[in-house]
Design a protein around this ligand. Structure first.
Ligand code: ADP
Length: 402
């Protein structure tokens, strides 16, 4: 069973081809970048036992259709291809950011699904349009292959109204769809399954706090395998301090800053999305730099880390209050998987709610799923590498087999 996973952005298409049976493996992966610019690039990586093999190509890629055609050529090429014919691909799974309340699971794409994704463009104006384009060109090129949409918002559809409603006039919700939706759902769902397997418990018996710390950051409170709250809101701007996003903020700051700076609301929102978070607090959003500067005694970087970690700690407290039980907290994504300093600062002083880190285990470098709590810690602390593409491939496969 071969599943092609597509993640189409405004000027790029990322892809991975998975073999799911009899074992899960990645056959190849890559991306097309700089679509629409004077010169574009394809990078195609074939994953083999003896080591990966890379093929690079520079050429103009005028649009997404041309980009997808390049990917198909790479997949079937005599030298660096991994299939002989497109018919070998069982299904194509597309990452789609926003489908609001329309879908709570992955779905086989038909015209109704395309319409639903289009209906949610106002809620995700940067992401849904390129996701749609990716689906449209893939449907043309892989016309005989079923296509599945896997939504970032779907896993959060189990969140109850008391957690997803903002305390605004109710018709803002009914008329304008203003509510908390949450994102990174594919990652949190993957983590829920991996953590349950690691803990040797069925997913429906597992209570977790999943902490995804990449460039974008979010947390999910998972009760019996179902998400009951998450930190991102109507947009990905709410919640944790991120690489360049501010996360939670007093909504009155917008108007105040418009008056003080002369910038308009759109400009302030842009600053909150792209110039804030770690970058706003200390000038860089790359955690490697923040960490190195903090270690060298840089006060700004140290303070930025404090703000970043404090917000996460606060949400762990909130989520341990709303969950009926807590088996584990799980760190994942670039920062969560790789930065012991961040995990240590977050977990410091949390003994009272049952979280005790083992400092030596936390410091150990490793790439696989592992536990980093003290043997006597009532709540386990896990590090689990996330794999959103694999999750999309799995869900695509489930939809096709249903
Ligand atoms: P996204 O998928 O959201 O773009 P990632 O999950 O790749 O992001 O995480 C990106 C963040 O992780 C960056 O801040 C980067 O500095 C950090 N990161 C990745 N690897 C490491 C590492 N080995 N040490 C420290 N930080 C890392």
């Amino acid at each position: 069973m071969k599943i092609l996973v597509i993640n189409a952005g405004s000027s790029s298409i990322k892809y991975q081809l998975f073999d799911l049976a009899p074992f899960e493996s990645v056959r190849c992966s890559g991306y097309v970048e700089r679509i629409g610019e004077a010169s574009g690039q394809l990078l195609h990586r074939v994953h083999q036992k003896g080591g990966d093999h890379e093929h690079e190509q520079e050429c103009p890629v005028p649009d997404h259709a041309a980009g997808m055609a390049l990917i198909l050529d790479a997949l079937t090429d005599r030298e660096h291809g991994v299939i002989h014919d497109v018919a070998e691909i069982t299904g194509v799974g597309h990452r789609v950011v926003h489908c609001g309340e329309a879908y709570s699971d992955a779905v086989l794409i038909d015209d109704n699904v395309l319409k639903a994704i289009r209906d949610h463009v106002p809620l995700a104006p940067l992401h849904n349009p390129p996701n749609l384009t990716g689906i449209e060109v893939a449907r043309e090129l892989f016309s005989e292959t079923p296509q599945v949409a896997v939504f970032d918002t779907a896993f959060h559809q189990t969140i109850p109204p008391h957690a997803y409603l903002y305390a605004l006039p109710f018709d803002y919700y009914t008329t304008h769809r203003v509510r908390r939706y949450g994102f990174h759902g594919t990652s949190h769902k993957f983590i829920a399954a991996e953590a349950a397997a690691f803990l040797d418990k069925p997913v429906p018996d597992t209570c977790l706090i999943s902490i995804h710390l990449g460039n974008g950051c979010s947390m999910a409170a998972i009760d019996a395998g179902r998400c009951i709250d998450t930190t991102m809101g109507m947009t990905p701007l709410e919640g944790l301090v991120m690489g360049t996003r501010c996360g939670d903020i007093d909504p009155a700051v917008h108007e105040y800053l418009v008056g003080q700076t002369g910038q308009d609301i759109a400009q302030i929102t842009e600053v909150m999305n792209r110039q804030s978070g770690l970058k706003g607090l200390c000038g860089t959003n790359d955690m490697r730099d923040v960490k190195a500067r903090a270690a060298a005694g840089d006060e700004q970087a140290n303070r930025a880390l404090d703000v970043y970690c404090y917000r996460i700690k606060k949400y762990i407290g909130a989520y341990s209050a709303i969950l009926p039980d807590l088996d584990a907290i799980v760190f994942t994504a670039g920062v969560g998987q790789n930065v012991p300093l961040v995990r240590a600062r977050i977990c410091a002083g949390m003994e009272r709610i049952g979280i005790v880190l083992d400092d030596a285990l936390n410091e150990q470098e490793a790439t696989q799923t592992r536990e980093i709590h003290a043997a006597y810690s009532p709540v386990k602390v896990l590090v689990i590498p996330t794999n959103e593409e694999l999750q999309i491939a799995r869900e695509t496969c489930e939809v096709l087999q249903a």
